[in-house]
Ligand binder design. Sequence first.
Ligand code: NAD
Length: 368
Amino acid sequence: MEEKVIYIAGLGLIGGSIALGIKRDHPNYKVLGYNRSDKSREIALERGIVDEATNDFKEFAGLADVIILTVPIKQTINFLKDLATMELKTNVIITDAGSTKGEIVDAAEKYLTGRPVQFVGSHPMAGSHKSGAIAADVNLFENAYYIFTPSTLTKTETISELEDVLSGLHARFIQIDAAEHDRVTSQISHFPHILSASLMEQAGDYANTHEMTNRFAAGGFRDMTRIAESEPGMWTSILVTNKEAVLERIADFKDRLDSIAELISHEDEDGIWNYFNNARLTRKEMEIHKRGGVESSFDLFVDVPDEEDVILQILELLRGTSLVNIHINEENREDSFGILQISFKNAKDLEHAQKVIAENTNYKVTIN
Ligand code: NAD
C-alpha cells in the first residue's frame, strides 16, 4: 500500500481527532504535526496522535502529500499565504477544517493559483466544547457530515483521494459550493449561537431585577441556551468571516419576531396556533429526527425504577462503548419507573448495549 505523508497544522481537538482517524485506517502513513504551543505538541506525541511534531510551520510542509490546516480561520488564511512561498511536493493536496468556507476558499485561490498544488476547502461538522490535543477523539466525526467545498484548485481526483485518506474518520462526505455552505450554516449553526447567547444575556440582565429567574430556569431554557457556553474566540471568527449571511438571517428573524408580536398584541389565537403548529411540523420533517442526521445518534430507552445506583449499574455495563449522551425523562419521575435514554455514536454499540442490559437486568429495553 502506498505510504503517504500527512501534515496536520494545529494539533487541537479537530486536528488531533483527524490525525487519529487517519491512523485508524492507514497505520502505515506518516503523520507529522505542527503546533504553536508546547503543551498540545507534547500531548500529541505522548498519545501517538502524530509521529513527529514541530513548532515551525515551514519545517514539514515540503515533506507532505497532504496538508491539513486545523488552526483558527484567520490563521488558516495566514498559512495559505505562507504556503504560496514554500517549496512543496508537486500536486500536494492542501485542505483545512474551518467552520466558514468563503474566505478560506478565496484566500486559497488568491495565494495558490499558478502553483502545482490542489486545494479543496473542508468542514468536518462535529465538535465539542473541549479543546486541545487532550480532547482529540478518534470517534469525533463518526456519522457526521464532512463537507468539501471545491475551488478552482480542486481536480477531479482531489476529493476522492482525500476521502480515502480520511476513511478512518467514518464520516459522511458531501460536497457543496463554499458560498452555499456559509449560507446554510448561518441558518442552522451561526444564527442559533447568536440567539442562544442573546437569550442568555437577556435572562442574565432580567435576573438582576427578578431574583427567581435563575431558580426557575429549567429544561426548555436549558435546551435553548446550551450552546451559549461555546468558545467565544471561535464564534467571533465564524461571525466575522460570514458577515453577510449572518446579518441577513438576523434581519429575517427580526421580521419573524415582529410578526409573532403582532399576532399576540391582536390576541389572534388562530394565528398564534398556526405559528406554533407550523414550527412543530417543520421540526418533525427535519433530519435531526432521523437517524444519521447532523446530530446523529443511536438511542436506546430503558425503563428504570427510581432507585439508588440503577443508573450507575447500567453505565457500568456500558463501559467502553461510544456513549455520547444520557437523559432521564423527567416527566416520568412521579411514576415508579422513569425512562433512561442513552445515545450512542454507532449502531454496533447500540446493539451491544441492548444485549448486555437485557442479559444482566430485568429492565425493559427498547430501541426506536
Ligand atoms: P483548538 O483550540 O482545539 O485547536 C486549535 C489549534 O490551533 C491549537 O492547537 C492552537 O495551538 C492552534 N492555534 C491557535 N491560534 C494559532 C495561531 N495564531 N497560530 C498558530 N496556531 C494557532 O480548536 P479546534 O476546535 O480544533 O478548531 C480548529 C479549527 O477547526 C477552527 O478553524 C475551527 O473553526 C474548526 N472547527 C471547529 C469545530 C469545533 O466545534 N471545535 C468544528 C468544526 C470545525
